[in-house]
Each structure stands twice: as structure tokens, then as C-alpha cells.
Ligand binder design. Structure first.
Ligand SMILES: Nc1ncnc2c1ncn2[C@@H]1O[C@H](COP(=O)(O)OP(=O)(O)OP(=O)(O)O)[C@@H](O)[C@H]1O
Ligand SMILES: [Mg+2]
Length: 312
């Protein structure tokens, strides 16, 4: 890559929020209320700090140094955890809640590193730097000289596993290290410029998260497989639509949890993208879906194995 990648090459699905579809996708995420609330608050503050300043003025007029400490935090949130647990879905849609809460427009710039940056040496670093350049440019246009920002920017760095790798790892390729450094530099650039922007990083590998990245995170949210209550919440709607009774649904909640066969249960995506479609497609087109057959299907499906933190 000799020339700098342009906006369309870098980000394939830029979206402006609020947006009806994002709102629906966000609402469809079950059992993540705590994460949603925490993220909306943290991102709202990072992108539009005026709210906190006003709150301080009202309740704690002497709060000055502390206010600065909070407002100077690097604008980074890390989402870490198991596969198919809603990280990407939440990262792509939470901006809708933030935009509505703050009453501003937010543009989401999603950069997935899984499909990118694995080519020539230097490519990952260049991608990261270019992504931050664009985020800085966009956010600079939106920054207000005083008061509330005119809009905000969320830079999503998804599938950042390679980047999460610790710089302390001696085996780490020089190029990966440069990528981590470019990322850290980018976060600091946004923060030092007090720009209305925040970075969300998603990774499966919290254990390998670089200490310098971890230190900068205003919040680290962890994602896990759904527990009984979360599986119940997710399955209840769709299975009721099929006419299953509460006890039948409860049986399926049990069958999709950890058991004698596997010590781990189904992921959120195992439920939404494999089990539920399998129940419907098994019955279609000849007969209606039944709870008995659904149980057989649940018992025959193997949950996706958890992401193994490779020991480095
Ligand atoms: N909490 C949830 N409620 C409802 N559906 C969910 C939830 N979490 C995940 N899903 C479903 O699983 C799919 C995959 O989720 P997502 O892509 O966000 O996972 P992820 O955590 O990014 O996984 P990976 O680490 O593999 O990238 C989503 O499109 C959604 O349909
Ligand atoms: Mg993902």
C-alpha cells in the first residue's frame, strides 16, 4: 500500500446515528442492560463532556481538579470476551442510544482488523494510523469552541485481537508492536485534542491486552456466555411465537446450558443463529415445529467452544 487508504476503503459501513435500524438492533440485544447503561454513560461523557461540567456546576461547584481528571481520560472503551456474545452488535449500535441521550448526531466508523491488515508488513500500522487520522479530522470539524459539541464520532476497532497482544511479549512480531503503538498514539491524539470522539476496541483476548492499552481504557466491559436468565430472556419471545409452553421453554433453557456433555453452554449467537433457525427449518415445509423435536435439535447441536486464551 503506497497511498493512504481513503474513507471508503477503510470503513465499509459508516453510519450516522440516531438511526431506526440501529435502535432496533440495540433493543434486540437481550440481557446486556448493565453493559448498555454503562456504555451509554461513558461514551456520552467522552463525546460530550458538557453534561458533566453542568452537573458539577450544579451540585459540586468546587469540583475542579477532579472534573479535569475525569474529562482528561483517554477516550477508549474496551469490550472483551467470548465469541458470539454481542460485542460487535453492541459496539455498532450503542451510538444510537448515546446520540439520542446527548441530542447530537454521531457517526460510526467501523474498522474490522480481522479482514484487514494481514498483508504486507506495515499494513496494519498504516490502517490504524489512517483510521485515527480520519477520526481526528471528522471530530475536529464537530468540536465547538465552547459548549456542546455539534456532533460526535465513534471509531470502532473490531476484531482487535492482534492489537491486544501485549508489547511485553517477546515473540510478538515487530509489525504488531508498531500496530499497538499506532493505536495508543491515536487514542492519545483524540484525547489530547479534547475532540468529541471515542474509540471502542473489541477483542476476544482480555488476558493478552497490552498494559498500555488497558491503562488507557476509561472502561473495560466483559462479555460472557448467557446464563439461565439470559437464555430464558432470549428464547422466550421466539419460542412463544411457535406456541411452546412455559415449561417447554424452560426445558430448552436447561438443554442449552452447561451440562454433562459440555461444561459450557450455548453462546448468544449459537441460540439466535443456529438453534432457532434449525428448529424452524427442520419443521419447514412439511409440518409445524414441536417442542419435542426442538429438544432433540438442542441436544444434537454442540455449543461453539469458548475462545481459548493462548498462553504466549
Ligand atoms: N445479548 C444478545 N442478545 C441477542 N442476540 C445476541 C446477543 N449477543 C449476540 N447476539 C446474536 O449473536 C450474533 C453475534 O454477535 P456479535 O457479532 O456481536 O458477537 P461478538 O461478541 O462480536 O463475537 P466475536 O468475538 O466472535 O466477534 C448477533 O448478530 C446477534 O444476533
Ligand atoms: Mg465481533
Amino acid at each position: 500500500m503506497t497511498t493512504k487508504p481513503n474513507l471508503d476503503e477503510l470503513f465499509d459501513r459508516r453510519t450516522t446515528l440516531p438511526d431506526v435500524i440501529a435502535r432496533e438492533r440495540l433493543a434486540a440485544l437481550v440481557g446486556l442492560d448493565e453493559q448498555k447503561a454503562r456504555l451509554t454513560k461513558v461514551l456520552g461523557l467522552l463525546i460530550n463532556p458538557v453534561g458533566l461540567t453542568q452537573w458539577a456546576g450544579k451540585h459540586h461547584p468546587k469540583m475542579n481538579g477532579l472534573l479535569k481528571t475525569i474529562l482528561r481520560r483517554p477516550p477508549l472503551v474496551v469490550m472483551a470476551g467470548d465469541v458470539g456474545s454481542g460485542k460487535t452488535e453492541l459496539a455498532e449500535t450503542i451510538g444510537d442510544a448515546v446520540a439520542r441521550q446527548e441530542g447530537i448526531e454521531i457517526t460510526l466508523f467501523p474498522l474490522s482488523l480481522a479482514t484487514r491488515g494481514q498483508g504486507r508488513v506495515g499494513e496494519m500500522t498504516q490502517l490504524i494510523s489512517a483510521a485515527f487520522d480520519h477520526a481526528v479530522d471528522e471530530a475536529s470539524k464537530l468540536k465547538a469552541s465552547s459548549g456542546k459539541a455539534r456532533g460526535g464520532v465513534i471509531l470502532l476497532v473490531d476484531e482487535a485481537d492482534a492489537l491486544a497482544q501485549s508489547r511485553e511479549n517477546t515473540q510478538m512480531h515487530h509489525e504488531d508492536r508498531a500496530g499497538v503503538n499506532a493505536f495508543i498514539r491515536g487514542v492519545d491524539r483524540l484525547g489530547n485534542g479534547s475532540l468529541p470522539a471515542a474509540v471502542i476496541m473489541c477483542t476476544n483476548r482480555l488476558g493478552a491486552l497490552d498494559p498500555a492499552v488497558r491503562r488507557r481504557a476509561a472502561d473495560i466491559l466483559q462479555f460472557a456466555r448467557p446464563n439461565d436468565a439470559q437464555r430464558r430472556a432470549l428464547l422466550h419471545g421466539p419460542l412463544s411465537e411457535l406456541g411452546f409452553s412455559a415449561p417447554q421453554i424452560e426445558q430448552l433453557v436447561g438443554a442449552t446450558g452447561p451440562n454433562g456433555k459440555t461444561p459450557y453452554g450455548f453462546t448468544f449467537s449459537d441460540l439466535t443463529q443456529r438453534l432457532l433457525p434449525a428448529i424452524v427449518l427442520d419443521a419447514y415445509p412439511a409440518q409445524p415445529a414441536t417442542a419435542a423435536r426442538a429438544m432433540q435439535i438442542a441436544n444434537s447441536l454442540l455449543p461453539t467452544p469458548p475462545f481459548q486464551e493462548k498462553s504466549l
